[in-house]
Design a protein around this ligand. Structure first.
Ligand SMILES: *[C@@H]1O[C@H](CO)[C@@H](O)[C@H](O)[C@H]1NC(C)=O
Ligand SMILES: *[C@@H]1O[C@H](CO)[C@@H](O)[C@H](O)[C@H]1NC(C)=O
Ligand SMILES: *[C@@H]1O[C@H](CO)[C@@H](O)[C@H](O)[C@H]1NC(C)=O
Length: 322
């Protein structure tokens, strides 16, 4: 009798803190990092619905691209699923794990507007999570480039609290080959750190209907960590950071004489040291993840410039304004 009462109490506690989470990324539903986080968020007691791209969609930013066919016209990454499969579907043995052949932002919409209403009784989503991305997403440059961040800011636009996580293990790795339970492997470290942050937010949320204020989100980056990345960094602590900052490195290109192509390069400028909003003393994400440390940047969707800059610039053509 007593043990039954205890059991009932334990289930109530789990139920009270269980949240509905929509999970996506840009590396595709077959990526190891997202499968590790799916596993661990479920283990923490949450109801997780994953809707992620059928293939690698890195670099698509917030692009909203839907499939124009019901059938996959080509093999996806790791042929998972192969050409000829439906353009969206779920794991045979798990109705909560879906792919959709579209961009990451489109996957969030397909989750919110089709899969959840159709297959999940239109449950309300408490949090949208992107990642952990395979590769860091640093600064304003990746805010507009990364599909994982694009999905996240799309979710914020839709009114949901959302977090983008990105890890430094930029390897397109297939979960069927790479997902394991070694706590010293990067996907498991990033997943554990992500769950830690998500749990902290939910605990503070209490009875509040939202985990984060309307129109805000978080961008989180993890450094090189784990024995699979030959690093002895195993538990990188969190630091608050910002998108801009003195060591901001935008992308550039370099012409390659031997291939006749232009390659990715870094612009050697440290010029984006402008803090239009927020605390300019915070370190850039670039600096934080250089060490055994993780960065958390709070963002809003309002990209308007600081009022003093706007007034000065508008003043230049005030006479033209109606
Ligand atoms: C699902 O719920 C959302 C949010 O409460 C609502 O806006 C939407 O109309 C619902 N969709 C369906 C198909 O019931
Ligand atoms: C990177 O991905 C490939 C392809 O899935 C895999 O064979 C390899 O083990 C991965 N490497 C690491 C360090 O995860
Ligand atoms: C040009 O491209 C080749 C082939 O990808 C590469 O091996 C080489 O390092 C590149 N050269 C430069 C200067 O980046």
């Amino acid at each position: 009798m007593q043990s039954k009462a205890l059991f009932a109490l334990a289930t109530t506690i789990v139920a009270a803190s269980a949240k509905n989470i929509l999970l996506t990324n840009d590396d595709g539903w077959a990526a190891t990092n997202i499968r590790a986080l799916y596993r661990d968020l479920k283990a923490a007691g949450h109801d997780v619905i994953m809707v992620a791209p059928a293939e690698q969609r890195s670099g698509y930013g917030g692009k909203f691209q839907l499939d124009s066919s019901n059938t996959l016209q080509y093999d996806t990454l790791f042929s998972y699923p192969p050409a000829g499969s439906p353009s969206w579907g779920h794991e045979e043995d798990d109705l909560n794990v879906w792919y959709y052949n579209g961009t990451p932002a489109a996957c969030v919409a397909v989750g919110l507007d089709y899969i959840i209403p159709t297959y999940f009784n239109n449950i309300s989503v408490d949090l949208v999570v992107g990642g952990p991305n395979e590769g860091n997403n640093l600064g304003e440059r990746d805010f507009v480039l990364s599909g994982t961040e694009g999905a996240t800011f799309y979710a914020v636009e839709r009114g949901y609290p959302a977090i983008a996580f990105s890890g430094a293990n930029s390897n397109n790795s297939f979960f069927k080959d790479n997902l394991d339970t070694d706590p010293n492997h990067a996907p498991n470290i990033y997943s554990k750190k992500s769950v830690e942050l998500i749990q902290a937010l939910f605990e503070k949320q209490g009875d509040n209907p939202r985990a984060l204020p309307l129109a805000t989100g978080l961008n989180v980056n993890f450094p090189v960590a784990g024995s699979d990345l030959e690093s002895d960094c195993l538990d990188p602590p969190y630091y608050q950071s910002r998108f801009t900052g003195s060591d901001y490195v935008p992308y550039a290109i370099a012409y390659n004489e031997s291939t006749g192509l232009v390659d990715w390069a870094n612009a050697e400028t440290g010029t984006l040291d402008v803090a239009a909003a927020g605390d300019s003393s915070l370190p850039a994400e670039f600096n934080v993840v250089n060490g055994c440390a993780s960065s958390i940047t709070v963002f809003t969707l309002d990209p308007d410039a600081q009022k003093s800059a706007v007034d000065q610039i508008i003043g230049n053509f005030q006479s033209l304004l109606a």
